[in-house]
Ligand binder design. Sequence first.
Ligand code: NAD
Length: 290
Amino acid sequence: MKIGFIGLGNMGAPMALNLVAAGYTVTGFDVSAPCPDGVNSAGSAAEAAANAEVVITMLPNGDILRAVAQEIMPAMADGSVHLDCSTVDVESARAAAELAQSHGCLAADAPVSGGIGGAANGTLTFMAGGSDAAFEKVSPLFDVMGQKAVHCGPSGNGQAAKICNNMILGVTMIGTCEAFALADKLGLDRQKMFDVVSTSSGYSWTMNAYCPAPGVGPQSPADNDYQPGFASELMLKDLRLSQQAAEAVDADTPMGQAATSLYSDFVEAEDGLGKDFSAMLPRFVSRRRS
Ligand code: NAD
């Protein structure tokens, strides 16, 4: 199977390399990142898409996805699939899918969870939206680049699943961090706090698997001076997408809204840019009740 790969950044490059290692012929294009060894370099997105059975995009946002989709569609073969793995707004994912359909192509939106490590190790989780036919055609690629793929329904539903998951993640991380900061001020040892909460009803992925307190729980970015991991600005991006979606469908998401506001302060007005999203803990520790 010939694959076009557009967007060879932190995530795209290792994903493309895993496809090459599995024996696929991959032709890639990026406006600035270099084409990794083993991936054939194309001079444009349309050139990377021409003659490919599946064209994967791994791009920064919905506007860029829409522009790239416009560019590649005329070059894509009938019946080929546009597989977008970027995290974008639901509307852009649905617009790209409609465009593909109008050109006689299939489309799937399949954002990922698992980060750069998951991309490099081929252990990503894909949350996919699109037709059964599109999902079946790209499933072997999910097996190479990831460890799990869930077909969540029609186009846009992969993005819907991703932003709902990450809204929970942002809210839970804030809850975990503010509780640790409160426990500190109440004189409760962090290890004791972990021992209790990780086996009680307050347990969560952020407490049990990605504990924001250094030296407590399994190894996490907190143990590496909050180097990401999952950077706060990426969490902010996903939280904003969740609020954009909530506005579009008139959903009441007060906790998501609060988390968005806290991460936007952290990244844009404080010192959170470039730090792991669990660095909310030292932020809360340094603050007083307002
Ligand atoms: P990145 O910025 O490293 O890579 C994006 C690449 O797209 C860049 O190399 C950029 O030059 C390229 N690009 C931009 N416009 C282009 C165009 N018109 N044509 C071709 N290439 C173009 O970002 P990333 O970390 O690889 O993330 C990619 C996507 O995956 C984002 O949507 C992000 O939200 C999502 N994501 C990232 C992570 C993570 O941990 N980094 C985790 C899950 C999901």
